[in-house]
Design a protein around this ligand. Sequence first.
Ligand code: COA
Length: 250
Amino acid sequence: MSEHIVYRKDGAVASLRFNRPEKKNAITQAMYATLAEALADAAADADVRAVGLFGGDVFTAGNDIGDFLAAGSLGVDRLDDLAVAKFLRTLAAFPKPIVAGVKGAAIGIGTTMLMHCDAVVAGASARFAMPFTKLALVPEGASSVLFPLIAGRMRASWYLLSGEQFDAATASELGLVTKRCDDADVDGAVAMMCGVLAELPPNALATAKRLLKAPFAPLVDAAFAAEFESFAAALRSSEAREAFMAFMQR
Ligand code: COA
């Protein structure tokens, strides 16, 4: 278990919190593994009815760029074996409601993981970006299919191709954010929404979530496979290595 992920159960609501503030909550393979284990535990625990997903002042700066450098030497099959793939597949298939609370930066997978959640609360400081192309990478997390579904293809294209950052108001207009509030109210709003969901009949809730996601599940599976293949090729490219080195040597 990575100490950089805090997993707690408080009655019917579980919480997962990124806790690596010194690195802006950048996510390592060990953290993905812990996230996947915690989600599996929350799915299996009948007492858990809803999950809150939190960062701190920053939600997460996305995948640890040092890990990207190391992963560049792996083939596509190995990439699919990485903890990040397990985390994404576990999140996509998670049967109970997940509500995320975002303050500060939610970058790369920090934004794409929100597309698998059931509700997203954004504080005034929330900033979203999917700067894959800036790092010579390609969309991941099934964002190539989920973001067009959420935001419409043209708007998704702009933010996925340009990597341009957007704020909470724009994220709300794009359909990525359910509620906006002051930063100080984010955790409370997530707790309140999880509490509301946790009171509802769990079987009906699970069925409703499954029905909502079922039409898109084959598309999400296909996107994971296609994106992993392209992502593995991109990770090995010299332009990506240059971009990672440039970040590491700032
Ligand atoms: N991977 C590894 N380390 C990261 C990181 C990442 N994704 N994001 C931040 N860090 C580290 C920095 O290297 C720095 O480490 P150091 O103190 O040992 O030098 C520390 O976290 C603080 O980051 P810093 O950039 O100084 O903070 P900031 O407040 O000026 O900026 C961000 C915050 C999130 C805007 C900026 O760190 C950033 O752009 N990170 C990269 C985001 C990214 O491209 N992610 C991948 C998406 S595919």
